[in-house]
Design a protein. Structure first.
Length: 222
């Protein structure tokens, strides 16, 4: 029984080491792009965005109000240079008078013609009316925000922040998915390896030594 416990401890240490390495690489990558001038905290106003399937409303009170005119409203922003910018997170702030259902973000890489479902991330609602998108760190030439998926939603636009300020230590904070995988993957892997070892190397699973049931050479079999 000690062997699986040792394996499990080794597996968790391996996961921890891998997590620290990947987090360090992510931190270094972020610093490199910041040094190149491709990463900076940027505030986007309504005028910086191009709306598709939205109609701006007048006389709705303070701020910019709009209504989605179909079930696929979009807010587009294009990077000011052909090299694109480095994005880790995007924050969308809106006030919706009715639930908007799914809130998602798509992005394009430099030279990419169309948006792709493979480059899409769902928002994490971090506060009332505040949605955070984690892109994981990539160079983008254009982003597309889909603030609702039902249409007819009256919304006040409160702003978009590219790369909102975060402490360097956040690079070492795992996502919910990463945390679950880090906790569950080692015991699953150890269980599979233990079963394989039982099949390929059965001797360690026997209660008696390897030669205990063999007949002695020329001796009494009793």
């Amino acid at each position: 029984m000690k062997q699986p416990i040792r394996w499990l401890a080794a597996a968790y240490l391996a996961v921890l080491a891998l997590w620290l390495i990947l987090s360090g690489v992510s931190l270094g990558k972020s610093a490199w792009y910041a040094h190149k001038g491709m990463k900076a905290q940027t505030e986007l106003a309504w005028q910086d965005l191009t709306g598709v399937g939205v109609q701006e409303l007048e006389g709705q009170g303070e701020g910019v109000w709009y209504v989605s005119t179909d079930t696929d409203p979009q807010l587009h922003w294009t990077a000011p240079n052909p090299e694109g910018i480095y994005l880790e997170t995007v924050e969308l702030r809106v006030e919706q008078l009715t639930p908007g259902q799914a809130v998602v973000l798509y992005w394009k890489e430099p030279g990419q013609a169309d948006f792709s479902a493979a480059q899409m991330v769902y928002a994490q609602k971090v506060a009332d009316g505040v949605y955070r998108f984690d892109l994981g760190g990539c160079v983008v030439s254009e982003i597309r925000l889909d603030p609702d998926s039902v249409g007819g939603v009256t919304t006040r636009f409160n702003g978009v922040t590219l790369n909102p300020a975060e402490g360097w230590y956040t690079a070492f904070v795992p996502t919910a998915t990463g945390l679950v995988l880090g906790l569950l993957a080692p015991p699953v892997a150890v269980a599979v390896l233990w079963e394989l070892w039982a099949i390929l190397e059965p001797e360690p699973f026997r209660a008696t030594p390897r030669n205990s049931h063999r007949k002695g050479s020329g001796g009494d079999p009793r």
